[in-house]
Design a protein around this ligand. Structure first.
Ligand code: 5GP
Ligand code: ZN
Length: 123
């Protein structure tokens, strides 16, 4: 049942289609485990979404073998931010989980936003 649900989700998942290049996007990074692509509705001069190639619905759905993928993605984000010189000024990495977290696309993703100053706490 869990497997069936996961296969069904992948079939209808927007970000899986971006990974498969069935939907166009501006990909800025790709390796065997993840891709990074520009957000279609940027909230900052830099706004890139980093996602695992494996379909995982949210941070709430990771299993222990996914933890290395999440760690890998954060390493990729850190290196990408340095390449963009964002490390000098700072940046924010955001994961929205579920309804109260504001998640709208149910394929795990980390927003890298930078190039402007953000307030705290978020709204
Ligand atoms: P969430 O609210 O789930 O954390 O973030 C989803 C993000 O996906 C939003 O920032 C939204 O702008 C972005 N997004 C939604 N649809 C597309 C799309 O088709 N292409 C791209 N590049 N980004 C998208
Ligand atoms: Zn997916």
């Amino acid at each position: 049942m869990v497997l069936l649900r996961s296969v069904f989700s992948m079939d209808s998942c927007l970000f899986c289609k971006i990974i498969e290049k069935k939907i166009p996007s501006s990909i800025v990074f790709e390796d065997e485990l993840c891709i990074g692509f520009k957000d279609i509705n940027p909230i900052a001069p830099t706004h890139v979404l980093f996602i695992p190639k494996k379909h995982i619905e949210s941070l709430n759905d990771i299993i222990s073998s996914d933890e290395s993928i999440v760690g890998h993605i954060l390493g990729v984000v850190s290196r990408y931010a340095k390449e963009q010189n964002l490390d000098k000024t700072g940046y924010r990495v955001v994961n929205n989980m579920g309804k109260d977290g504001g998640q709208t696309v149910f394929h795990l993703h980390f927003h890298l936003v930078g190039g402007k100053s953000f307030g705290w706490p978020p709204g």
